[in-house]
Design a protein around this ligand. Sequence first.
Ligand SMILES: Cc1cc2nc3c(=O)[nH]c(=O)nc-3n(C[C@H](O)[C@H](O)[C@H](O)COP(=O)(O)OP(=O)(O)OC[C@H]3O[C@@H](n4cnc5c(N)ncnc54)[C@H](O)[C@@H]3O)c2cc1C
Length: 526
Amino acid sequence: MNASEKISDRTRYLESLKEVHNNWDIIVIGGGASGLGIALDATARGYKTLLLEQSDFAKGTSSRSTKLVHGGVRYLAQGDIKLVREASIERGLLYQNAPHLVKNQTFIVPVYTLFDKLKYLIGLKLYDKIAGKLSLGPSLLISKKETLQKMPGLRSKGLQGGIVYHDGQFDDSRLALNLAQTILENGGDAINYIKVTGLLKDDTGKINGVTAVDIETHSTFNFKAKSVINATGVFVDDILMMDKPGSAKTICVSQGVHIVLNKEFYLSANALMIPNTSDGRVLFAVPWHNKVVIGTTDTPVENASLEPQALEKEIDFILETAGSYLDKKPQRADVLSVFAGLRPLAAPLDGGQKTKEISRSHKIIVSSSQLFTILGGKWTTYRKMGEDMVNRIEKELKWHHQIPATAGLHIHGYANNINWQDPFYFYGSDAELIRTEMNADANEWISDELNIHKTQIIWAVKNEMARTVEDVLSRRTRALLLNAKESIRIAPQVATIMAKVLNRDEAWIKKEVETYNKMADKYLLK
Ligand SMILES: Cc1cc2nc3c(=O)[nH]c(=O)nc-3n(C[C@H](O)[C@H](O)[C@H](O)COP(=O)(O)OP(=O)(O)OC[C@H]3O[C@@H](n4cnc5c(N)ncnc54)[C@H](O)[C@@H]3O)c2cc1C
């Protein structure tokens, strides 16, 4: 089957994956940034690769980020130059390989004291220097007048000026989907809604495959492989327990929350960076799909979940901190959506170390039964994480080294000269195809507020592996994150359109809408 057949006919695709002669070089468990980066690297090197995701691609942390492709100004302040250098290089490569999704975004740090002015200017100049040729533009000091012109609505009292700098801004779940499409187009395999339930071992105790279940039909499978990778984010310890019951915890989980507001609260094309909040972190307000995303927090949590819940104190903190910088102070009732994500941090908490102090760099561990696990990392460095993991597998399993091939690999949708005002910009090279299909039903807009058209729903099912209403409303379009209430309003229409394409009945529609509403309700502030 070719890539588009695999995408459009899941049943036949799954049948083809279970054929007995299938024996993969590499099976990757987890379809977030880490797993997709590993599977794409392995595929691009020519390894026979299969990625299995228990839910939808990017259902976990990878759809809940701050949407920055960044070197990490905060890590610079922590003195982690190595991570900043690595992330700055990766930022530049991603900007080159997915120009339809990664935008060169100007940020402004407003400064209120002379000391801060000097501190942040010097720091950000260093940030530029570390990025070298892959810098997205020079940092510079601007006057108070210019700062207020560029950031209407910013608190002017005591303002000394601003420091402008550049980073990347992207759409996380769209990138995840485009990575899955790129894997398929390069001859690899990647499928959603297949959950790994166990690990297979040979007579010597080495892992040689996985058992898995299709979440849709409950059919079970044995997939054989020469190596198995655990890239399950905050769930890595569950897979480690399958390998060795009683394994020690390898990660600690930290929650980050964002709120989404109408852009009237922050009428600027420049993102705002608040460098030192009352809890010693940074807070961003970033323009995104015609709205503004504000976050984030860093709260240790005990248990991992695919639908983490924002705490009241996190919401209050964001509203208060943003409100102290903006003339128009946002209130709870203004929040269009609130979403939480969980950081899989690669270090046990010891010696009173706070989660915000734990390095965001990644770590690879290999168990005695040869389960390869990746911990930590950032969306920005997903490609390097993939490369490091495949290098490690080659080394541990004594495979002949294949040259990594993703540094210059274009990601599905690659297109230049993107018009960022176009509501369909994120489809990149697919936008024209969608527009052509739209012409037949030109007036069938489902949401004017969110610019969602019927054709996008059909496209998501036929060409983007969407299986549920949530896949469409949360990760193919970003309706859930942009305006949860509006997404609930259109859910029944979306379910009806999907049912036609997927050949589902009324009962499916009813169940999908109920399930969606129950989940989306948690993104609303009451
Ligand atoms: C609040 C917040 C803001 C962030 N902002 C940024 C940012 O702006 N820029 C940046 O670069 N990074 C950012 N990050 C970091 C980045 O988002 C994460 O490092 C990255 O998304 C983690 O990806 P992952 O693949 O490791 O985990 P996940 O995205 O969680 O993926 C793991 C996947 O494994 C699947 N899985 C689990 N168990 C199984 C199983 N048994 N079988 C099959 N599949 C399974 C899960 O369903 C899940 O989809 C942020 C993180 C947070 C929490």
